[in-house]
Design a protein around this ligand. Structure first.
Ligand code: SF4
Length: 438
């Protein structure tokens, strides 16, 4: 790991003297008027491998869009001076998949500022929760306020009638839990509560889904993005998916209605990143084909590429019926999509029916894959093993059919997992009468 790339470091903002910074933005208020500096450290935790080592990469493959979203909201909160005109907010960001969390540096940073600040463990998924608790423990022991958010907490609180033991452990440690999305002034409230030493144990925002039209845009400093292969930036052009797959957690947290950013905002976001050398983006919509503004957004990106010759490249996620949407694949290719991630899931119709993936028609798979191939886009397909109708023998036979019949580029095999937040987790929980380990 290069020197200077540890946690206290990346970023940002408004130059905290004495803190190691990689990039400094202009001060928002005259330095003389700033009396205190609130330290906001945002960490996206990684997870443990089977031997208990933290999985880390010299360069990671995918950026964390949760980190980018929360960073963008925090940056906006700092500009609006939500903690008052005499308080600056120093934001640092760390994606643990490509950077070490340096506990001593964080504790020292907080000591220099009389403990004035907050550590946010963001975008935490179920497999990352044990690591998250291990990150929080020494920070809490040092008296640092910690808030944890992400799909694990949101999924549990959205679907389960009671708090599972790992969330209780986080509360016992004195961490605050954040469920839901942070737009609509919700992050402001958490920052204000942390600044006044009055953090609530639980922030529950699942009941109302915020609109994205006027929301602050996802952003990460180029130094953070630079630690991904291909310098891949990210943004969610929209959230929500209309379908009802029983293994899906997304619909139970982000809803089934399409909420989206405007084409103007997408253009602004792309231009901001492009000016800093970021030309490749992962659009993280779980199903970009069902973003109701997909066409206006792609048209805008096509304009940037074809009129202004911006060398943009995109990765998107779509469903298996996207080839039926007039012009979708053609426009995606013109907008610079190089890879399309597609949830193929299985080729056994009974299996698809069992998990309510009714929209997947195996008779359409070949035509859909050929359409992407014709457009010159690489297909990266997810395939799930362990459905009710799967046996070792049927899996081997299905793989042979896949090899013979489907023009796939990349196939990623995964085991069906009942993640907290999904119907597949909730039902056995109810049947077992309580917590089932995942
Ligand atoms: S299509 Fe994807 S995002 Fe939509 S419900 Fe199914 S798994 Fe979830």
């Amino acid at each position: 790991m290069p020197a200077g790339s540890s946690l206290s470091l990346i970023c940002t903002t408004y130059s905290g003297k004495g803190d190691r910074l990689l990039g400094v933005k202009p001060m928002l208020a005259p330095a003389r008027s700033i009396k205190r500096r609130f330290q906001l450290v945002l960490i996206k935790p990684s997870h443990y491998d089977d031997d208990g080592y933290v999985i880390q990469w010299w360069r990671s493959f995918m950026p964390s869009n949760s980190l980018a979203v929360v960073y963008g909201l925090a940056d906006d909160a700092a500009r609006r001076q939500v903690l008052g005109p005499d308080v600056a907010i120093d934001i640092t960001a760390c994606d643990e998949t490509n950077m070490r969390v340096r506990f001593k540096d964080i504790v020292a940073q907080f000591q220099r500022h009389d403990g004035f600040g907050l550590v946010g463990l963001v975008g935490v998924q179920s497999n990352q929760f044990p690591r998250t608790l291990d990150i929080a423990r020494p920070l809490r022991a040092a008296g640092i306020p910690v808030v944890i958010g992400g799909f694990h907490i949101s999924g549990c609180l959205a679907m389960l009638p009671e708090m599972p033991p790992d969330l209780l452990a986080a509360l016992d440690m004195g961490c605050s839990l954040f469920a839901g999305e942070a737009e609509d002034g919700r992050l402001d409230r958490v920052l204000q509560d942390a600044a006044t030493g009055s953090l609530a144990p639980i922030y529950h925002f699942l009941d109302e889904l915020p609109g994205l039209e006027a929301a602050a845009l996802p952003y990460l400093p180029p130094d953070v993005i630079g630690r991904t292969i291909d310098h891949l930036g990210s943004f969610d052009a929209g959230r929500g998916c209309p379908f009802q797959c029983s293994f899906c957690t997304i619909i139970n947290v982000q809803g089934r209605k399409s909420r989206r950013r405007s084409p103007d905002d997408v253009e602004r976001l792309i231009r901001t990143h492009y000016a800093k050398g970021v030309q490749h983006f992962f659009i993280t919509d779980d199903n970009f084909a069902r973003n109701k503004d997909w066409e206006a957004i792609l048209d805008r990106i096509i304009e940037l590429r074809e009129r202004e010759k911006l060398t943009l490249r995109l990765v998107i996620q779509v469903d298996t019926l996207c080839h039926k949407i007039p012009h979708f694949i053609e426009k995606a290719a013109r907008a610079g999509v190089t890879h399309a991630y597609i949830g193929l899931e299985n080729i056994n119709p009974a299996n698809l029916l069992a998990v309510k993936k009714r929209q997947n028609k195996i008779t359409e798979y070949r035509q859909m894959l050929l359409a992407w191939k014709q457009a010159g886009v690489i297909t990266y397909c997810g395939y799930i093993l362990g459905f009710p109708g799967d046996t070792p023998q049927t899996i081997l036979e299905d793989i042979e059919i896949l090899k013979r019949e489907l023009p796939l580029d990349i196939l990623e095999l995964m085991c069906l997992t009942p993640l907290p937040g999904s119907e597949d987790h909730k039902v056995p929980w109810q049947q077992a009468g309580g917590w089932i380990p995942t």
